[in-house]
Write a new protein. Structure first.
Length: 254
């Protein structure tokens, strides 16, 4: 089904029902979306993905982010800059205790948080999937969780045809918008595009937020960029402006 208002409405209806699983486009390719344990179980099975790699939390607004995750003023300022500039960003953050009740009480927490009670909270991931996640949150009070729509360890190249037969068979709905995905990296071939967003860990090994730096040098632990992706150079520039000290450890996944 091509991206449209009808596709958004059908996605919201499917994801609002128990066990729903939808494939939708983002700026960097396709994702699998789910809202509860049954849908997440279907996602892990379809991707054949390790359960030690939880899905991300799709955040529809900065107010939603503030409600869900612990932030420092410096981390919040980075998100605000990325929001204004429409930059896809995901940060590893601890959940607020008061927000845990928003996760379905069906065991979903085991599949969206790591052992430290942290998740990756993602903003500005792309108009189609943002619209679906915003509708679910604002009108139905549902959180949306996601992972890339491809066999684990493989990319989809920003093409609906690249999600793999297993995911194609498993999803309740496939939303096609190859042209939209390509428009976010104009002039770049499907085999050369970034297929993910930048991810920054804002916690130490125990899951505690990194301390504020207040412009001081050599403060540790510091933010760690653990995955390069779309708008990498701009986000690194914003990190450098906000944090005198930060680390680059691509592939050091949480």
């Amino acid at each position: 089904m091509a991206w449209s208002t009808a596709a958004r409405l059908e996605s919201v209806a499917l994801l609002g029902a128990p066990g729903g699983m939808v494939v939708a486009p983002t700026k960097v390719g396709y994702i699998v979306m789910a809202t509860d344990r049954a849908g997440l179980e279907r996602k892990f099975d379809a991707k054949q993905r390790s359960r030690t790699k939880p899905g991300v939390v799709l955040v529809s607004s900065l107010d939603m982010l503030r409600r869900l995750a612990h932030l420092t003023p410096e981390i919040e300022a980075l998100y605000e800059r990325c929001w204004r500039e429409d930059l896809l960003l995901g940060c590893i953050l601890p959940w607020r205790e008061s927000a845990l009740a928003l996760i379905p009480a069906d065991g979903s927490g085991d599949l969206v948080m790591d052992a430290r009670w942290t998740s990756c909270f993602v903003i500005r991931f792309g108009a189609p999937s943002e619209a679906i996640a915003a509708d679910l949150w604002e009108n139905h009070g549902l959180l949306t969780f996601a992972s890339s729509a491809n066999p684990s360890g493989q990319g989809n190249r920003g093409l609906i045809s690249g999600i793999g037969e297993r995911i194609e068979r498993s999803a309740d709905l496939l939303i096609e918008a190859d042209d939209y995905v390509a428009s976010n990296q104009p002039g770049v071939g499907a085999d050369e595009r970034f297929e993910q967003g930048v991810m920054v860990s804002m916690v130490d090994r125990a899951g505690t937020l990194v301390p504020e730096q207040h412009g001081q040098r050599s403060v540790t632990p510091a933010p760690t960029l653990i995955r390069r992706g779309l708008a990498l150079e701009r986000i690194m520039s914003l990190l450098a402006q906000q944090f005198p000290s930060w680390d680059y450890r691509h592939g050091e996944y949480y």
